[in-house]
Write a protein that binds this ligand. Structure first.
Ligand code: DC
Length: 226
C-alpha cells in the first residue's frame, strides 16, 4: 500500500473543489492534482488536431503522448501544453462540453490513469476531480464528495467566466452544467458518484471559508489518526 497520504475532493462542476483544493494543498504544503485540467487540455489538443469526440483510438494515443505540464505554486498553477499556457483556452464553454464527451471514453480514462497517480508524491497530495476517490486513489486517506445545487454552481461558474472576460448568461451556464452533470453521472466508466467511504459536504448554503473550516477539521482528525 502506498503510504503517501492523499485527500480526494470529488463532485460536479462549480461545486468549489478547485478553490478548496488549492487552499488545502497550500496550507498543508502538499501537491495538487487538478485532474479536470488534464481532461480539458486533452480536449483542447484534440480540437486543434481536428479529432472527433468519438475517435477513441486516436484520442487515447493523443492522451498518452500529451505534452502536458503544470507550473507554479499550488495556489497559482498554470497549465501548459508544450510551451503554451492554456489556462483560459481550456475553460471555454466549447472545450468544457467537448471535455465531458471525451472523458466518457474508457480507453482515454485508462490512458490518463498512471499520469494522475504519478502526482502522489511526498509529503502528500490533494486530488480534485470526479473519480479520485472511486478509481484513481481508492486507498485515499480521506475522501470528500462535494455537492451544491445546479443554480448555485451555475452562479459560481458564471462569475469565473466573467472574471475571464467572457460573456455568458446564467440560464445558459446552468443548462450547460446540467448537461455535463448528466453525462458525467451516466457514463459507464468512472461515473460521477461518491465513493462508499466518502464524506458528503454540501456547499450550497455555505461560504468558501465555512466549507473550508469543515474540511480542515476532517483533515486534521484523519491525519492525527494516521
Ligand atoms: O472539474 P472540471 O470542470 O475541470 O472537469 C472538466 C470535465 O472533465 C468534466 O466534464 C468532467 C471531466 N472529468 C472527469 O471525467 N474526471 C475527472 N477526474 C475530472 C474531470
Amino acid at each position: 500500500m502506498n503510504i503517501i497520504p492523499v485527500i480526494t475532493l470529488d463532485g460536479p462542476g462549480g461545486v468549489g473543489k478547485g478553490t478548496l483544493g488549492r487552499l488545502l494543498a497550500h496550507d498543508l504544503g502538499w501537491h495538487l492534482l487538478d485532474s479536470g485540467a488534464i481532461y480539458r487540455a486533452l480536449a483542447l489538443a484534440a480540437r486543434r488536431a481536428g479529432l472527433h469526440a468519438d475517435d477513441e483510438a486516436a484520442l487515447s494515443d493523443l492522451a498518452r503522448a500529451l505534452p502536458l505540464s503544470f507550473r507554479g505554486a499550488v495556489d497559482q498553477t498554470h497549465v501548459l501544453l508544450g510551451a503554451e499556457v492554456v489556462d483560459a483556452a481550456i475553460r471555454s464553454p466549447e472545450i468544457s462540453a467537448l471535455t465531458s464527451q471525451i472523458a466518457a471514453l474508457p480507453t482515454v480514462r485508462a490512458a490518463l490513469l498512471q499520469r494522475q497517480r504519478d502526482f502522489r508524491q511526498a509529503p502528500g497530495l490533494v486530488a480534485d476531480g470526479r473519480d479520485m476517490g472511486t478509481v484513481v486513489f481508492p486507498d485515499a486517506t480521506l475522501k470528500v464528495f462535494l455537492t451544491a445545487s445546479a443554480e448555485v454552481r451555475g452562479k459560481r461558474r458564471l462569475n469565473q467566466l466573467m472574471e475571464q472576460g467572457s460573456s455568458a448568461n446564467l440560464a445558459t451556464v446552468v443548462a450547460e452544467i446540467a448537461e455535463r452533470d448528466a453525462r458525467d453521472q451516466q457514463r459507464s466508466v468512472a461515473p460521477l458518484r461518491p465513493a462508499s467511504d466518502a464524506r458528503l459536504l454540501d456547499t450550497s448554503e455555505q461560504s468558501v471559508s465555512d466549507t473550508y473550516r469543515v474540511l480542515q477539521s476532517w483533515v486534521q482528525a484523519v491525519l492525527q489518526e494516521n
